[in-house]
Ligand binder design. Structure first.
Ligand code: ADP
Ligand code: ZN
Ligand code: ZN
Length: 816
């Protein structure tokens, strides 16, 4: 009898491959274990066992595996089923899903480096002989390569030893520098409320008559407070008053001053575990409705306005699930948001919280992977970006998808081009788990599902603490120009409001959905606009570096002094981005502290967190930024949000542009006014009567929904049609043009539905590759699988043509 296993390799190949094993190996192996297999002429890959059987392959002679890596499966059968669904639904290969799903450190290759770095105490007597040999080797050399380990142990099959040392936390792989960021904790002082009024100064002076230094300190505090309403740090106060910290300590012990922190106030006062949440009445009602809804629906949409405290409701629900000993997945659209959320969740669930995302080092990811795999207490609640749907959950009970409308849940490149929300819903179904989608501005798709009674729907219309929604003020830029009431890009109304806000010691957010200084440089004489040499786009001007940059491929060139075409020196900037706004604000408010948040200023690992902390600590008065600012961030002292130009978001060439603009404006507006401070939002626009602007102003999701759904139906878009987009790419313009026509003709003959294209996208060349797009619109009532099979067949015929074989085709199902 012969023994075989079928495995997948982490490559873009369809199907699995059959390898031969001996009888012992056969009985030892389980589905979901890794094996090292020879592949092609000389490669070795970490493959994953999919099945065991006794049937030799027909088309080829099965090779033998090189070795078994695991002693336990690292992937479970539910996962494999989910991956198969992903590959089928998103039209990619299982190998591509495997490669995307498993942390790269678990896909060991010959180049892997092993580093001695014990995290725990260990007993040498616990080591096996082989572990001890390595331990000895590590005493003289902290880093070993796989080949060195092979020669030390004098055998090829070394992965089990490495695995076991990894599990004992003695070694790590491919060590990266693991920094960790701790929010800066600035101490501030305030007066005991009892003395916090100018007229109380006299009383205080009497109380303190015997200590001159303490009086000096109190006097200084009142002086500083009179100049600027911003919180005063302990450090500044001590410096200005020129006294020692002991003086302040004395006043604190007399209960005259109190010290506090800003950025961290939620965490600082909690002793890690447990701080009871008391839901407000409307939150409690919403919570109860969610629970009831889950009796009937597996999926419920929680539509709660910004600041309504959706997170608190999630936390209460998670508490219940944890009591049932189940695992929870908390999906977030942006890595940027995790720091704040992790702080909030660890406060309640302590070290049951684990975080999984791409900015983490591969070792950290492996650690979370194994904790989830072992259903460990340390990973009961996993917070993660979209890749966390791949973790080896065995007992998933609940999935939260926060900010479910966010487009970044859809992966663009590489395959699998999956939507994390939709894939999480499928995963949850496999586990019999419930899903809660949360948003202030749900996607049309999800709201339509709720509307059609496919999802439950719970709404929460009150902000926590009954904070009012911000007042929205529309500014007609055209009229302001006419009346000469614009200063640069600011209406004088907005400038007035900024002044008043800063005067009250409150903070301002200015939103401009475009980074850089101004999008383009234009020659006034001939109209030439400098272009990227390898992409079909104009270069963006960055004033700070004095250069032009391509936002698609990163190409840069110094700012030209003369027009490249006509050599005129009359070159001007057109349009404007965040950088220009920042400079204008600096000129308008020279004494204020101003910062900018966009992709350019948040590149470093913790750059984003540092900016957020500085803003929370009120070291920044005005924060200028792109839509990065719109994401569920929560600042207590921001009372004014200015949207400098609403129009470019409205006229973006995309069928979702209006929906997105609505969501973006509502979310940015949601940053204004928290706790006891009511907020204002100024929207500057050339089109104050545009329906979307009106719907934002009146907070009218319902009308936006109805109107957009009408358009979607009319123009054949989701949720009435499913979109499959094919993208064809090649360096040869003519070839991709002809090829895409060929494929288009075939598809439109095969499919009885709208096939559009082959279109030249508005940016028709990226990194020297010319692009053509074919869009297939599948009516929702037509079986998807049949259509997909037709598409697969057509692409196969296309690729069989020699002339077109080098054209790269990518497929995006449910295109975003
Ligand atoms: P959303 O995500 O719905 O916009 P958040 O969950 O961020 O709102 O809540 C807004 C603010 O209100 C946060 O600072 C949060 O801590 C506070 N908050 C909400 N609900 C409660 C509650 N029940 N108890 C205490 N604070 C709450
Ligand atoms: Zn010119
Ligand atoms: Zn480019």
């Amino acid at each position: 009898m012969q023994f075989f296993i079928n495995v997948i390799v982490p490559l873009a190949l369809a199907d699995s491959f059959t390898y031969e094993v001996n009888e012992n190996e056969f009985h030892y192996l389980q589905v979901g274990m890794r094996v090292a297999v020879p592949f092609g002429k000389s490669k070795v890959y970490t493959a994953l066992v999919l099945s065991k059987h006794n049937v030799p392959p027909v088309a080829y002679q099965a090779k033998e595996i090189q070795e078994i890596i695991d002693s336990q499966p690292i992937v479970n059968e539910t996962q494999i089923a989910h991956w198969k669904w992903l590959a089928e639904y998103y039209m990619c290969t299982l190998g591509e899903v495997y490669r995307a799903a498993v942390p790269s450190a678990l896909l060991l290759e010959s180049e892997t480096i092993v580093v001695y770095k014990p995290k725990k105490e260990y007993l040498i007597s616990d080591f096996t002989d082989e572990e001890f040999l390595l331990y000895e080797a590590f005493q003289s050399q902290a880093v070993l390569k796989i080949e060195e380990i092979i020669s030390i142990l004098n055998k090829k099959n070394i992965f089990p030893v490495i695995q076991s040392l990894l599990e004992k936390e003695i070694i790590v792989l491919n060590e990266e520098i693991v920094e960790s960021y701790k929010p800066k904790m600035v101490k501030y002082v305030k007066l005991n409320p009892e003395y916090d009024a100018p007229e109380k100064l006299k009383d205080l002076m009497e109380i303190l008559s015997r200590s001159e230094k303490q009086r000096t300190l109190v006097m200084k505090f009142f002086q500083l407070k009179a100049i600027d309403k911003k919180p005063i740090t302990s450090k500044t106060l001590l410096e200005k008053a020129d006294v020692t910290p002991a003086v302040l300590k004395g006043l604190i012990s007399k209960n005259i001053f109190e010290e506090f922190t800003l950025a961290q106030d939620r965490v600082v006062f909690a002793d890690v575990n447990k701080q009871e949440i008391v839901l407000s009445d409307s939150q409690q009602t919403a919570f109860d409705s969610v629970v009831t809804s889950f009796e009937k629906f597996d999926i419920t949409l929680l539509k709660g306005i910004t600041g309504s405290g959706k997170t608190e409701i999630y936390i209460k629900l998670i508490e219940q699930i944890l009591k049932q000993e189940k695992q929870v997945l908390y999906l977030l659209p942006e890595i940027a948001l995790t720091t704040q959320l992790v702080q909030r969740l660890t406060k309640h669930f302590g070290n049951q919280v684990a975080v999984f995302h791409s900015k983490y080092s591969s070792n950290e990811r492996v650690e979370v992977w194994f904790r989830v795999n072992q259903n460990s207490e340390k990973a009961k609640v996993v917070i993660g970006a979209r890749s966390s749907i791949f973790l080896p959950f065995s007992n998933l009970g609940f999935v939260v998808v926060d900010e479910e409308h966010e487009p970044s849940f859809k992966q663009q490149d590489p395959a699998p081009r999956f939507h994390a929300r939709d894939s999480a819903i499928v995963l949850a179904k496999m586990h019999n788990a419930k899903v809660l989608l949360g948003s202030a501005t749900p996607s049309l798709e999800s709201f339509y599902n709720a509307y059609q009674n496919k999802f439950g729907l719970v709404t929460l219309e009150k902000r926590f603490g009954n904070v009012k929604l911000p007042e929205i003020v529309l500014i007609d830029i055209k009229e302001k120009h006419r009346k000469k009431e614009m200063k640069g890009h600011f209406s004088i109304d907005l400038l007035d409001e900024i002044n008043q806000t800063l005067g009250r010691g409150e903070q301002v957010i200015l939103f401009q959905n475009r980074r850089g200084f101004s999008p383009v440089l234009e020659c006034l004489t001939c109209g030439h606009v400098p272009q990227c040499p390898s992409c079909d786009v104009s270069l963006t001007y960055h004033k700070f570096q004095e250069h032009l940059r391509c936002h698609y491929c990163g190409y840069t060139m110094a700012k030209p002094v003369k027009c490249h075409v006509c050599h005129s020196v009359d070159i001007t900037t057109k349009g404007f981005g965040t950088e220009q706004i920042e400079l204008e604000v600096m000129e308008l408010f020279p004494n204020k502290s101003i910062a900018r948040m966009d992709q350019d200023t948040t590149r470093g690992k913790y750059a984003f967190e540092k900016l957020i902390d500085a803003f929370k600590n009120q070291e920044i008065d005005i924060l200028v930024g792109t839509q990065m600012l719109a994401k569920g961030l929560d600042f207590d002292n921001v009372t004014l949000v200015g949207i400098l130009n609403a129009d470019n978001a409205l006229y973006f060439p995309d069928f979702r542009a209006h929906e997105r603009a609505f969501q973006m404006f509502m979310q940015v507006a949601g940053r204004a006014g928290r706790k006891d401070k009511e907020g204002k939002v100024f929207i500057q626009t050339y089109n104050p009567y545009h329906n979307i602007i009106q719907q934002v102003t009146t907070n009218d999701y319902g009308s936006m929904f109805k109107e957009q759904m009408y358009e979607r139906l009319n123009f054949k878009y989701p949720p009435f049609y499913r979109l499959i987009r094919l993208q064809l790419k090649h360096v040869d313009f003519q070839k991709v043009k002809e090829g895409s026509f060929w494929l288009y003709n075939l598809l439109s003959k095969q499919l009885e539905m709208p096939v559009l294209g082959p279109e030249e996208p508005s940016i028709n060349r990226i990194r020297n590759q010319y692009i053509r797009i074919i869009l297939i619109k599948i009516p929702i009532n037509i079986p998807l699988n049949k259509t997909k099979n037709e598409i697969r067949k057509s692409i196969k015929s296309f690729e069989a043509i020699g002339a077109y074989r080098s054209i790269k085709t990518t497929i995006s199902v449910d295109f975003y």
